[in-house]
Design a protein. Sequence first.
Lengths: 398, 297
Amino acid sequence: MAKIEVRNLTKVFGKRPKPALDMLKEKKSKDEILEKTGLTVGVNRATFDVNEGEVFVIMGLSGSGKSTLVRLLNRLIDPTDGQIQIEGDDLAKMDDNALREVRRKHMSMVFQKFGLFPFRTILQNVEYGLEVQGIAKEERREKAMKSLALVGLQGYEDQFPDQLSGGMQQRVGLARALANDPDVLLMDEAFSALDPLIRKDMQDELLDLQSSMQKTIIFITHDLDEALRIGDRIMIMKDGAVVQIGSPEDILMHPADDYVRRFVEDVDRSKVYTAENIMTRPETVNMEKEGTRVALQRMRKADISSIYVVNRTRQLQGIIHAGDIAEAVNRDESDITPYVQKDVPTCRLDTPMHDLFNLSSTSHVPIAVLGENDKLAGIVIRSKILAALSGEEVNTSE
Amino acid sequence: MSETWEAIYAWFDAILDFMPELPVGTWIEDFVDWLQNAQFIFDGIRGFVAWVTGMFNSFFGLIPPILFILILTVIGYMLVRKSEKFGLPILIFLGLLFIESIGYWDELILTLSLVITATLISIVIGVPIGIWMGRSDLVKNIVTPILDFMQTMPAFVYLIPAVAFFSIGIVPGVIASVIFAMPPTVRLTNLGIRQVPAEMIEASDAFGSTPGQKLFKVQLPMAKVTIMAGINQTIMLALSMVVIAAMIGTDGIGREVYYAVGRNDMAMGFEAGISLVILAIILDRLTQALNPENRKA
């Protein structure tokens, strides 16, 4: 279900934006408008939906309008045109009081440079949003402490922001945003000012928190790795316009144009692909109705030295090797059960490719990919992992 | 060729002759005369200022000098206790003791009352104007030239309308001090408000603050250090006005300096002058020590 529906949201900077709006409707470019009218287009007719409970990442280089866009969403910048529907109410048309109410109860923001108040203690910073609502002291203190505990900052409540490291300061920023218990969290390059290692920790922590909170998070970043790590869906912007919206996989595998393709080229694919993307259809034998001869025949035909064994419902039972089965055939035994080895490398459909490296390097047989009810969904062979890493086509979920 | 030039010169001369002499002085005089129709307002202001100054004067006068010196010394000590720089309490103690010993205590109290009154009025008027300037470019563009005017006009000139409206004595002295000393408070309040980082303003807005909450919970606390620096400047300027105000009958240490100049009395001039310097340094260091930014250093 769409939590936020944005339609033709436009920001033109300047006092008389009308001519630029008309030119945008005629699909004129940002540069052309600047040249002809002297007006700067910040956001160009952006249309998208954000679903309830998802992490929606807005990505673009600097100047792409992503920071302007997120400020339009809570009207820190007033839009020139377009609608921002939040559960049916148009934020773009709200008066000051209604807008304040939305900002207090439904939408919080986390800032790139933290935006903490240096003259307030950590606790007072976290309390700020509750304080402006006029909530009683004990209650807001209690909520603020809970929020600080969520981000792991108990014991720091009486310190001042400049006594904390950057990572901790941003935790305070996050705690302050969470203290209001908003449905929507706007995060403007929230982790961009942090060291790479701290940034990764914060991303993990955000995902952890998100798995229990299920907020609707709109996350702005210029870092594709970050977008792919935390985004359920990613929207890519260029020159104020939306270029592509899709899942991380979509963006990687079907870039909408050269701009997105250039973005995607540098990505470390191992973090994005999962077993499902690189698995192949396995040859199998059904131990409940097929015997040694069938198994040997099938291995010879496929030119493989081992084969996975399943039962009638395709649940994985183990693996058999050609040598053992050939001897069994010579001895005229037809049951394969004694030769099934249970100890096989397995993974799930959503296991990241990164984790498959280790599995495949310690095993001589392909990795079995298990789907629902331990059914054998496919196998991953080593050459496929390497091929995917080098950028070859992989399977897509469609 | 030269004939052409002569013709041009003659032409310019003719223009200058044609220009009437603007009677700006007369206009201002007429304006001041006209304003005196509202004398009851000025009488009200006069009464109020005289009352405030009198309150401070009689309150400070009630305290025995030695007790007053000790209280101020303790306050000075409390302010610098953390930084462990004990120059301030020592300066207060010895300085005030010196002024008392040369017999200028009553004058000191009166001058102090005058400076405090002028500073309070400057803050009460100046800080709101500064805030308004900080929030509106239009107001800033209107007020800035007025402030320039107030600061560059020789301070003596204010004495004339001050006497016209408020007669002679301590009240026109306070009023002239306010006009002369208020600009730094206004300017630095404006600067302080404008210097608040954009991200903090955004944070304040994003959490649903009303404009008033934003002002009192974010902008003013952020601007406090800068505003305090402006108030410190205002106090110093008010003190520098003390001697000038003596010309229109304002009592206090300033009058002693003024008399000493008139009588060519070197001893009296320097005694009174040094007393003023001591008071100035004490007030300056005290207000600086009040500033949280300086206290940390």
